[in-house]
Write a protein that binds this ligand. Structure first.
Ligand SMILES: [Zn+2]
Length: 220
């Protein structure tokens, strides 16, 4: 299985990609992870990635393309994989296509996770995190026993910068402007399957499994 998972921030994309990888016996490839690994390995791209990893900013296209190309040029390249967070733009998708073609590989499916913007803002804006033990909370769905205080260690909960409404709306804008262009790009290859990602984790997973089962295959 060679799969790309596309979805807005807060759609649960990372969680689903991890589950799919584990249950389908495929490598879960997130750009964050491969950038971190390249940095640890001290490759030239890894050195360029370090400041982006430290600041949490999106790495530029050419850098991300380079670490992905490095990964697929290695002898231990993954044969089956779930890509999570890459490609993020059509330029990245074109680069990925060229890299895979060199290895006689192709993408078999592109799953688009659909969540309404307002649902995402609510999910992320109400998220709180413990700065000490990293326990996640949610004001509505998983509130702490004492408001604002971590159940585990009594630390004062904080809102991550990434979860602030303004940041969330900016990330959604990027998604609608640049990432959604991937949909027509892959539609032309007959690879796109859409799944609503508004239920719980297992429900969404089952729906993904279902569309993968009924896939008719590339229309070319
Ligand atoms: Zn804590």
């Amino acid at each position: 299985m060679r799969l790309i998972l596309v979805g807005p921030p807060g759609s649960g994309k990372g969680t689903q990609a991890k589950l799919l990888g584990k249950r389908l016996g495929a490598a879960h490839i997130s750009t964050g992870d491969i950038l971190r690994k390249a940095k640890e390995a001290g490759t030239p791209a890894g050195k360029r990635a370090a400041p982006f990893l430290a600041s949490g900013q999106l790495a530029p296209d050419d850098l991300v393309n380079e670490v992905v190309a490095e990964l697929f040029h290695r002898d231990d390249r993954p044969e089956h994989f779930v890509l999570d967070g890459y490609p993020r733009t059509v330029a990245q998708a074109a680069s990925l296509e060229a890299v895979l073609r060199q290895q006689f590989m192709n993408i078999e499916s592109v799953i688009i996770l659909l969540v309404h913007d307002e649902e995402i803002v609510e999910r992320l804006r109400d998220r709180r995190t413990c700065p000490v033990c990293s326990s996640p909370y949610h004001l509505k769905n998983k509130p702490p026993k004492v408001p604002g205080i971590c159940d585990m260690d009594g630390a004062t909960l904080v809102q991550r910068l990434d979860d602030k409404e303004e940041t969330v709306r900016q990330r959604l804008k990027f998604y609608h402007e640049l990432t959604e262009e991937l949909i027509p790009f892959y539609q032309r290859q007959g690879l796109v399957r859409e799944v609503r990602a508004e239920g719980d984790i297992e429900k969404v997973y089952k729906d993904i499994e279902q569309v993968l089962k009924h896939q008719a295959g590339p229309a070319c």
